[in-house]
Design a protein around this ligand. Structure first.
Ligand code: 5GP
Ligand code: MG
Ligand code: MG
Length: 183
């Protein structure tokens, strides 16, 4: 029994992800040359993208991680406010913070988080999201660096989970309906 059998269709292939991450890494390396780049990843969804992107960045940089959770919500939806469950270790003073995210969906998470980080005196705060679902946006926020736009469907793989599974799929896809029914 392979997890690949649970996938209805692939939206972004492993090859497409690889090429895009290389592009983003090159672009970020140019834009942040001579700056104090700190890549900040939100666990757990962005961990796969972070691991790939940091190796595509060719300038010196640091990395850090945080855990946030939304109040309420279900397996496939988030609601309202976010709280910091595990904060950054790094002092943001003078840093050029680039938030490395799995997907910008409603934008509620990052529209809450960005102002919190900006209060810590960084030089800049920008967003790099490998996936973007622009049709679902509720908050006025856009990625500064973006990988792929995806339609309004619940996606898994490349770090993104359903019930903590499928994060290890090397591509981004949509689950077959029976997977939700058996949960
Ligand atoms: P927001 O709606 O606040 O922009 O997104 C918050 C988080 O919800 C994302 O970082 C991601 O972890 C999760 N999320 C949003 N859309 C999807 C999706 O299609 N699939 C999965 N697995 N997670 C999603
Ligand atoms: Mg996330
Ligand atoms: Mg999740």
């Amino acid at each position: 029994m392979s997890m690949h059998d649970d996938i209805k269709n692939v939206l972004v292939t492993e090859e497409e992800l690889k090429a895009k991450v290389a592009d983003l890494g090159a672009q970020i390396s140019r834009d942040y040359a001579g700056k104090n780049l700190l890549l900040v990843s939100i666990l757990k969804g962005a961990v796969v993208f972070m691991a790939d992107l940091m190796r595509a960045v060719t300038i010196p940089c640091s990395i850090d991680f945080m855990v946030v959770s939304s109040y309420g919500g279900t397996n496939t939806q988030t609601t309202g406010l976010v709280k910091i469950v595990k904060d950054l270790d790094a002092d943001l003073t003078g840093k050029d913070v680039l938030i490395v995210e799995d997907i910008l969906d409603t934008g509620v998470t990052l529209s809450n988080l960005v102002p919190m980080l900006k209060m810590r005196n960084p030089s800049s705060v920008k967003i790099c999201a490998i996936l973007d679902k622009p049709t679902r946006r509720k908050a006025d926020i856009q990625p500064d660096y973006e990988g792929f736009q995806v339609p309004d469907e619940f996606v898994v793989g490349y770090g993104l989970d359903y019930n903590e599974k499928y994060r290890n799929l090397p591509y981004v896809g949509v689950l077959k309906p029976h997977v939700y029914e058996r949960a």
